[in-house]
Design a protein around this ligand. Structure first.
Ligand SMILES: Cc1ncc(COP(=O)(O)O)c(C=O)c1O
Length: 427
């Protein structure tokens, strides 16, 4: 009887998976291959690699793809993608130059003029811009539905679109309000309405919870997308993206990435490989801090509302979705400061330890004002409809000492109500 090799956890595999030190002079860590092109052993070999790379011929799993050119492949890129696939238990992963590159490439690979993309709102401002302003220029129409729309209504909307519906795009939890969408429910609608000739795909932007706290593929989604700039990178020093899914859905996206040139460079891949080694411990530490901060904010007189999954009403549908599909609440805490935009701005100008900057998921805590920053390209009435109010602040909690963070937030909240600009710290 042959024994099966042990199946290790993703956090264990991040130090070794997909890398053979003896292919690189015994180097314990994968080196960076700063080369644009790779030498073929023969013309026949080069021809074969191109056939596979351009999708002209299907590569069987036991056939080894060779290195061609760093827009198509590179050792660092391949090791990174093997490790990304481990987290989502996916057949295939692809990495990109940014989260937006991942979103754009993946959507364009699976749509054509005349198709409709149905998407949940809110979504990250850049994604909304792509869906609302860029895709229609290429004949791809888009329709949105609120994240908390009942599933029956989502199904009715999808049915009404008939044959033109190609893709359902979800972001859950949504940026910046942490609204949750029933990924299993929406994916099953897409499957139910699919026919032999027309497969409706479900894409999920899983940036907020990362593969540590939510696994959309296991819930029925077809493609999972990440801004790897956030938790996967985790140190606010890299811009990158990723997508995972089954081979049949991911391979066309890979071909588009090659042609659009939306891949990450070798140094970016190396930075992400280093970051993936600590993904789980970072996200867990950040979540523990976020939970304490969310509770602190909820109890604070100068905070009107806190949006954080564990603080949802236990009897609500949103909480039921959280319990069913997430294994952790993440580290993004959005909250409304008592007052209006002026109070929110005074708070943002007063923080000292937390930095006033967009982005999220890094080891340092960042605060920002979604209505005038990350989501400012969304029309004001649409912002309001989806809960992006003028006193809403988004906090990405880092790994600092939580008591230090609470001291900083306490002082800044007091400043938020102080109308004297000098003592409020405004320039
Ligand atoms: C949820 C979400 N998706 C996608 C993106 C875009 O990612 P990137 O900035 O890496 O292009 C962002 C950026 O903030 C985001 O928050």
């Amino acid at each position: 009887m042959t024994s099966q090799p042990p199946r290790f956890s993703p956090e264990t595999l991040m130090m070794s998976h997909g890398y053979d030190p003896f292919l690189s002079e015994g180097s314990a860590k994968p080196p960076i291959f700063m080369t644009s092109t790779f030498v073929f052993r023969s013309a026949e070999e080069g021809e074969q690699y191109f056939k596979w790379a351009y999708g002209l011929e299907r590569r069987e799993l036991d056939q080894t793809m060779g290195l061609i050119y760093s827009r198509l492949n590179n050792p660092g890129l391949q090791i990174l993608e093997e490790r990304l696939a481990v987290w989502d238990e996916a057949e295939m992963a692809l990495s990109f130059a940014s989260g937006m590159a991942a979103i754009t490439t993946a959507i364009m690979a699976h749509t054509k003029p005349g198709d409709v993309v149905l998407y949940s709102m809110p979504v990250y401002g850049g994604t909304e811009f792509l869906l609302l302003k860029i895709l229609p220029k290429f004949g791809i129409e888009t329709r949105s539905f609120p994240a908390d729309m009942p599933l029956d209504d989502v199904e009715a909307m999808a049915r009404e679109l008939g044959d033109s519906l190609a893709l359902i795009y979800l972001e859950s939890p949504a940026n910046p309000t942490n609204r949750l969408i029933d990924i299993a429910g929406v994916s099953s609608i897409a499957k139910k309405l699919s026919t032999d000739d027309r497969r409706i795909l479900t894409f999920v932007d899983n940036t907020f919870l990362g593969p540590v706290f939510q696994k959309p593929l296991a819930l029925g989604a077809d493609v999972v997308i990440y801004s790897a700039t956030k938790y996967l990178g985790g140190h606010s020093d890299v811009i990158a993206g990723a997508a995972t899914g089954s081979r049949d859905v991911m391979e066309p996206i890979g071909v588009y990435r090659t042609i659009m040139g939306s891949m990450p460079d070798p140094f970016t891949c190396w930075l992400l490989l280093r970051s993936l080694e600590t993904l789980k411990i970072r996200m867990e530490a950040q979540m523990a801090n976020a939970q304490r901060i969310a509770e602190f904010l909820q109890a604070h007189d100068l905070v009107e509302q806190v949006f954080y999954p564990t603080l949802l009403d236990p009897d609500s549908r949103q909480y039921a979705i959280y319990r069913a599909q997430c294994t952790g609440s993440g580290a993004i805490v959005s909250f409304e400061i008592k007052g209006r935009k002026a109070e929110a701005f005074r708070f943002l100008n007063a923080v000292k330890l937390c930095k006033l900057a967009v982005s999220l998921g890094g080891t340092e805590s960042l605060v920002e004002h979604p209505a005038s920053m990350t989501h400012s390209d969304i029309l004001p009435d649409v912002q309001l409809r989806f809960g992006i109010t003028e006193n809403l602040v988004r906090l990405s909690v880092g790994v600092e000492n939580v008591n230090d963070l609470i001291t900083d937030l306490t002082a800044a909240l007091e400043m938020s109500q102080c109308k004297d600009p000098v003592s409020a710290g405004t320039p």
